[in-house]
Ligand binder design. Structure first.
Ligand code: SF4
Length: 307
């Protein structure tokens, strides 16, 4: 069974992050062409208790007591966390267990719902996405559940930014030739600069996407776009921070990392604090036994679980 609470693992944006996964794989309101965890079989906007709060709270408590101490407890993982209607209760109770700040990574598609904004108001940091402003590009890149419209989503995001007291980092995922036209970038910039944001984080397809044709924006172009978005914008760099040391190249640890997203051998090595030689040996053995498979993307080799 997959772990509902995992890590702490190094995160490109959050340093050391204790992940909390409150949604079954892969339950989401979107079916993004760039998704690292594959296609969404049936995009949905149905909010319900997909995972009960109690086992989550118990697992967070144990992980915090066990250490190492994470920089954030982060709701993310196998789908869209705001679909779980117990999200607010879980955030509130985690904050009763620990003073470690709580972050939520969300696609932002449900922020037009008052109860979703209320649930998120309990967090310290919310990281919503916005990849498009025109309905056509939104349909092409996010392939949302029926009934979701970009205009309502942008309105919800605006309301949330006005009401929320914590930090907001907006992520824009750029897919070469899909949402990188001057018109779309102008629209995204106009909205981003009108919002009360702490950071604008520009990302691109650095990991294997759900659709092979979703391509990364070249590095030099990403830098131009960063300058275009102004001083709050940053290109999310590869993780270079600290990594917890977990000894032994245990397959369970490697699989746990790969279940979150495809990784290169170097990333597994950084993530688990295992020498690269040991990781390569273990991966070769796992490939032979068909526990993992490998794919190429943007000139790098990534590993994924076969299950
Ligand atoms: S990238 Fe996020 S929002 Fe998009 S389909 Fe995957 S889990 Fe859902």
């Amino acid at each position: 069974m997959r772990d509902l609470v995992f890590g702490p693992v190094p995160s490109r944006r959050l340093g050391l992050s204790l992940g909390v996964d409150i949604i079954p794989l892969k339950t989401c309101s979107y079916n993004c062409i760039y998704c690292q965890i594959g296609r969404t079989p049936r995009p949905t906007v149905e909010r319900k208790i997909y995972v009960e709060p109690e086992p989550i709270l118990q697992a967070v408590k144990e992980a915090v007591e066990r250490g190492p101490k994470p920089d954030y407890v982060t709701f993310s993982g196998s789908g869209e966390p705001t679909l779980n209607s117990a999200l607010g209760e879980m955030i509130r109770k985690i904050k009763g267990i620990t003073e470690i700040p709580v972050a939520v990574i969300t696609n932002g598609s449900l922020l037009w719902m008052e109860e979703v904004r209320r649930d998120l108001s309990e967090a310290d940091l919310v990281m919503p996405s916005l990849d498009a402003v025109s309905e056509g590009v939104f349909r092409r890149i996010n392939r949302a559940a029926s009934g979701l419209r970009i205009e309502a989503i942008v309105d919800g995001l605006k309301r949330f930014c006005e009401e929320f007291d914590g930090k907001i980092w907006l992520e824009i995922m750029l897919v070469d030739g899909v949402n990188t036209s001057i018109e779309e970038l102008n629209g995204l910039k106009e909205i981003a600069l009108s919002l009360k944001l702490d950071r604008i984080q520009l990302n691109t397809v650095v990991r294997p996407p759900a659709e092979r044709w979703a391509r990364a924006v070249p590095k030099t172009r990403m830098e131009e776009i960063r300058r275009f978005f102004g001083p709050k914008a940053e290109v999310i760099a590869d993780y270079v921070g600290k990594a917890p040391k977990i000894h032994g190249a245990a397959e369970a640890n490697i699989l746990n990392v790969l279940r979150r997203h495809p990784c290169t051998a170097e990333e597994i090595s950084d993530s688990l604090g295992i020498p690269i030689g040991q990781v390569n040996d273990r991966l070769r053995s796992m490939l032979r036994r068909e526990i993992v498979r490998e794919i190429s993307h943007e000139g790098k080799t990534y590993f994924l679980p076969r299950e």
